[in-house]
Ligand binder design. Sequence first.
Ligand code: ADP
Ligand code: MG
Length: 339
Amino acid sequence: MTKIKLLLLIIMTVVVSGCFPSNKSGKAEILLQGRTMGTTYNVKVVSTLEHVKSINLQQQIDDALKQVNQEMSTYIPSSEISQFNQSRTTEERVISEGFSRVLAESLRLGEMSHGKLDITVGPLVNLWGFGPEFRPEKVPSAALIAQTKAQTGLDNLSLTGNKLAKAKPELAVDLSTIAKGYGVDVVAELIEANGFTNYLVEIGGELRLKGVKSTGELWVVAIEKPITTERSVQQFIVPKDNAMATSGDYRNYFEEDGVRFSHIIDPDTGKPIKHNLVSVTVIHPSSMTADGLSTLLMVLGEEDGLAFAEKHQLAAYFISKSEHGFTEQFTVKFKQYLK
Ligand code: ADP
Ligand code: MG
């Protein structure tokens, strides 16, 4: 998550910091920005600046995100997840509510996909050079891949309520595929607890929105074109009161002999995925779930991913690379969100 991924361009009514159109009741879109999880966050609430300041909303957001990081960031050596990863005991330990909530959802999606979403792939992610450790100059040997793969596997992790244990001492958990989405949910819940009904929360491209803008119109967001050289819009989306997450490898890869290696690993092969699917966007009420599902569908690839999404009635949008550029496909449930 160190790499800043801004897949989504938020369409702002007026792109002037802190100054947005006021409506009849004097409310405007108040923008709060900061940094978290190796990327940026943008929050908009329809309110007045005085009110947002009086409740110290930005501080509340920063504190909540700090806690998420202290629980789930593999980049913080003292975090709860790092401690679990470093420990060499197979005895169960009591973990925080947030950590168990994200683990439970990750395991549910892992089971649902027969292990394609696998939060124990961390050692393989590192081996291929996309984790907290450094990037390899070349492709690892088959023996090393097999050896590293033997350290992984969802079967080696057990969660009972808020008690977590690993069956192999060296097993490590990597929540980078879902933690950003969870962070968005935490901020959205915090905003709702403060009484706001019209807001937008975005962390590194994952977002969740509710209600309307200060003008009374629905929030509109855009999926970016999957090209690395310039930023332009592929499709406008109106997600309504939902979260939207995108998984895509076109900004995060390394190349050897003209072959691109993605930062997403197929747990069955122990290798980065290699197919024509370049990005998957999922719309779901929970940002955490949308985030996990978008990666899961990315691992499955174009054909299996689309079949999986239809079978489970997911709202998903796929962009694939073809001879003639890019092609888009979406599920029946996604159609309603296209603008
Ligand atoms: P991003 O980090 O760019 O937002 P994703 O949400 O798709 O992208 O998550 C990708 C990250 O998830 C990788 O950087 C890696 O740490 C981790 N990962 C890679 N493959 C898998 C997998 N099969 N299951 C779970 N996590 C994975
Ligand atoms: Mg994801």
